[in-house]
Design a protein around this ligand. Structure first.
Ligand code: CTP
Length: 401
């Protein structure tokens, strides 16, 4: 469909990049990138109109996103056609703009394209040896300045290498180390650095990529005192365990698992160092406060509450209720004793969703004057429910009376 439409407009369209790479690797990928030799926005608008999907256009970059009802996303980019003027001032289309577009990309494995126009549909276009590198399982840049142009590619190299069990090529690894030595990562904006870290932590198994970041001395870009050592490795292994446990136990509850890795990664920094990292990553202040709150709260609970013998369910509920699931998992990772993990697990399975049957409107109907008294009564009632003192609406009514 894309190809026919392109043909009709006198353009050429190609599927490119990660989608083709993953096709060759037989991995699923729902993000399709299309490069149009022609006007990408006009192409996207025409497609959207013909097939009744939504198109979001970014005029400044000559790009558009087609959004399908089932969640499929297609990015459309324009490979600018370059017009060279003859002395007679006749504009001539310079072909090979696809090649230029692909040359600007990070790694050879991301430079493959497949033609979509009807006549050459399905033809694989490989200007830079991407197919061979996929076969050789190698992550290689296209030219020596690639990392200097865009240092985030250093982190991308590690991410792709570990995701596909590839190996960064020798020369590429050398260029990475040089770029790191030149301190170019420190020139990166905080948002971009944070985004790349997040991408790594969102990988199915971020652990090997973090180890590799350690080897390339990339952790120092976040904070000089950040290390990947045996302790960190052990903590991350526990993160993996608790995430699997949670995801299997609570299948349809959303979990931002990368956030647990994030909390663990910076958990051993001093408060001052932590502040430096969070500022470096341009984390908004409200989020920074929440992170510091989490560390403090977890320390506090492990140091006091969890040392008490036989806490009541209502005490457990009050202690753990302020936490988000990701923060609870962080607590489980930090806990050295099995009992704590068992208590958190009980909380997640049994107490977390306990509610009173009576609500404010019931209290009103019973003649209680509205005010702060309501929340006191309902809190006491919830505690009684949690501790098994009341089990039904009738018992709740009795309790309130
Ligand atoms: N790209 C690049 N330099 C960057 C980021 C992206 O050259 N710093 C290029 C890559 O060649 C990539 C394309 O832009 O193929 C799209 O980027 P992205 O969607 O991040 O890459 P994918 O390969 O699709 O990665 P993922 O599978 O993680 O979505």
């Amino acid at each position: 469909d894309f190809g026919e439409l392109a043909e009709g407009l006198g353009y050429k369209a190609y599927a490119v990049g990660g989608f083709i790479r993953d096709l060759l690797l037989r991995r699923s990928n729902l993000d399709i990138d299309i490069v149009v030799e022609g006007d990408g926005i006009r192409f996207a608008r025409a497609f959207a109109e013909k097939y009744g999907v939504r198109a979001r256009c970014h005029k400044k970059f000559n790009t558009a996103v087609l959004i399908f009802p089932d969640g499929l996303k297609v990015d459309v980019a324009t490979a600018r056609l370059e017009y060279y003027q003859y002395p007679a001032a006749l504009p001539v289309v310079q072909f090979g703009s696809l090649k230029m577009d692909l040359y600007r990309r990070d790694f050879t494995i991301n430079t493959l394209a497949v033609a979509l126009n009807p006549e050459e549909f399905g033809e694989l276009i490989d200007f830079f040896g991407g197919q061979k590198d996929i076969k050789d399982k190698a992550v290689r840049v296209l030219h020596n300045l690639s990392f200097v142009e865009d240092p985030t590619r250093i982190l991308r190299a590690v991410r792709f290498e570990q995701r596909f069990s590839f190996k960064v090529g020798k020369q590429t690894a050398g260029l990475m180390r040089n770029t790191v030595k030149m301190g170019l990562l420190s020139k990166l904006g905080g948002h971009r650095l944070f985004h790349e870290l997040q991408q790594i932590l969102m990988e199915e198994d971020p652990l090997p990529a973090i180890r590799r970041m350690g080897e390339f001395e990339l952790l120092a870009a976040f904070h000089p005192s950040l290390r990947y050592d045996a302790h960190m490795q052990a903590l991350f292994a526990r993160v993996k365990e608790v995430i699997s446990w949670y995801e299997l136990s609570f299948l349809d509850e959303p979990l931002e698992s990368w956030w647990v890795y994030f909390l663990v990664l910076f958990s051993r920094l001093s408060r001052k160092e932590l502040k430096q990292v969070l500022d470096r990553l341009e984390i908004p202040l409200s989020r920074q406060e929440r992170i510091v709150w989490t560390y403090n709260r977890v320390d506090h609970l492990l140091g006091t509450f969890f040392r008490l013998p036989d806490p009541r369910p209502s005490d457990i509920y009050r202690a753990l209720q302020p936490f988000r699931p990701e923060e609870l998992l962080f607590l489980m990772v930090q806990a050295t004793c099995e009992d704590v993990r068992r208590i958190v697990s009980h909380y997640c399975h049994r107490y977390r969703h306990v509610q009173t049957e009576l609500k404010g409107r019931d209290l009103k109907a019973m003649g209680f004057p509205p005010g702060p008294l309501y929340s006191r009564i309902l809190n006491d009632l919830l505690d009684a429910r949690l501790n098994g003192q009341v089990r039904s609406r009738a018992e709740e009514l009795e309790f309130v009376k």
